[in-house]
Design a protein around this ligand. Structure first.
Ligand SMILES: [Fe+2]
Ligand SMILES: [Fe+2]
Length: 187
């Protein structure tokens, strides 16, 4: 299954995106090993998360409607935000995948989700601080992710939301929900 997903990924993505996917997969597997998460689940989630990222907006919206996905207002405006949900639905339809921890991880890898478990956290961390990423705090966050998955997840979520605030961008409602549920857990 992972082999087939990667073959599809190579066809459906730009070269850069495919290289990113391989980087996310490798970093996610490293974190799975350190934190004893299920490597199969982590690999499937990482290999498929951006499968639909290079599909044009109009097409993403169309597929989402045909597949009866719940489309939020912000997703209507920026259909690229749907690429995770469409990828998760693809896994459900194409492979009869029912593993909620993979499906939630893939569907909400852009925003986070309050019910995300370690598979989703690993995916979001690898997507943000994998070896293909380079920004001022990347090294620090990468090291933190080896030590403490939950703390790294909170920091990455914070980083993304701070960036949205600083650049006057919309905060994804699911990110806010995830943030609230995570800090509640940490109290
Ligand atoms: Fe993505
Ligand atoms: Fe990605």
């Amino acid at each position: 299954m992972v082999e087939e997903i990667l073959m599809l990924a190579e066809k459906m993505m730009t070269r850069e995106r495919f290289i990113h996917t391989i980087n996310v997969r490798d970093f996610a597997l490293l974190l799975a090993k350190i934190h004893k998460a299920n490597p199969k689940e982590v690999e499937i989630a990482a290999a498929s998360h951006d499968l639909f990222r290079d599909v044009p907006s109009g097409k993403l919206l169309k597929i989402s409607k045909i597949w009866n996905l719940e489309i939020e207002d912000i997703e209507k405006k920026h259909p690229i935000l749907l690429h995770g949900k469409v990828a998760a639905e693809f896994l459900r339809r194409r492979y009869r995948l029912t593993d909620e921890s993979i499906l939630i991880s893939v569907a909400y890898h852009t925003s986070g989700h309050p019910e995300m478990n370690e598979v989703g956290k690993i995916l979001m961390i690898a997507d943000t601080v994998g070896f293909d990423r380079d920004f001022p705090e990347v090294e620090k966050l990468r090291n933190l992710s080896y030590q403490d998955l939950n703390k790294a997840f909170v920091e990455i979520l914070k980083n993304r939301m701070m960036y949205a605030l600083k650049t006057n961008r919309y905060l994804l409602p699911k990110s806010v929900d995830t943030w609230n549920s995570t800090v509640e857990v940490m109290e």
